[in-house]
Design a protein around this ligand. Sequence first.
Ligand code: F3S
Length: 288
Amino acid sequence: MAGKAGFCYGVKRAIEMTLAAAAEEKGPIYTLGPLIHNPRVVQDLAQKGIKEINSLDQVDGGTVIIRSHGVSPEVFRQAADKGIKIIDATCPFVGRAQKFAREMAEKGLPVYIVGDPGHPEVQGILGWSGGKGIVIENADQISQVDHSKVGLVAQTTQPVANYQGVVEALKQQGVEVDARNTICLATGERQRAALELAKQVDVMVVVGGRESANTKKLAKICRESGTPTYHVESAAELQEEWFRGVKTAGLTAGASTPDAIIEEVKRRMKELDQMTNGEEEMKDAMEV
Ligand code: F3S
């Protein structure tokens, strides 16, 4: 098992806040977008009566949970206008990036946001930048900068090297950069632990939602180490032949994968080991 794997602080907190709301709130409860990228968790929440909506336009009241990615201030305004109660489960690390963006914009600085323009977290930070936000994916996108000073924050899951590359590219243009490293350690720690383990084992299994960006990234890192790697959502997807003749198998999980699913996968891997390699050992013993 990788040293760091599974739920990060912000995801765990968002789930706990949602479950507490389900127990306490009287009216309907919704999450704005899937609470986390794990189909099993989303199904469990649906069974508890927590529905997913894509926009506040879809509801006229009740309670809406803001997931760990956060949202733009416009969503809070719209909720207040419609009398919708908001439970804000924005991860505090994301909240920090939003706060810096707001402060920089208030000072009149353009706010560079290093991240994926399509990601909801980046869209949220953009909203807090008061119309002064500019999303930059990497240093190659820095060309002529018309400002002598800019503010800069990063999507929490950005690789540090990418963030540093953008800061350097701006400095090389003679721009003064008020750079705030808002990258969360959880992602890097999980990636380092996964790579370290992948280098030591014969096969890697990565558990997590197929749509989960951080799980896909973990699988990519493991694969790039040269170790055969399989990305599964559940124990049912594991296949016997992946473990045939394998001495050591490694396991890691994305930040949105519940412990229960990780445990199920681990148990099934042990069963498959017994079934495949146990048989081989028995055959070898009989031949001797
Ligand atoms: Fe928060 Fe970091 Fe997780 S920003 S949601 S603790 S990956």
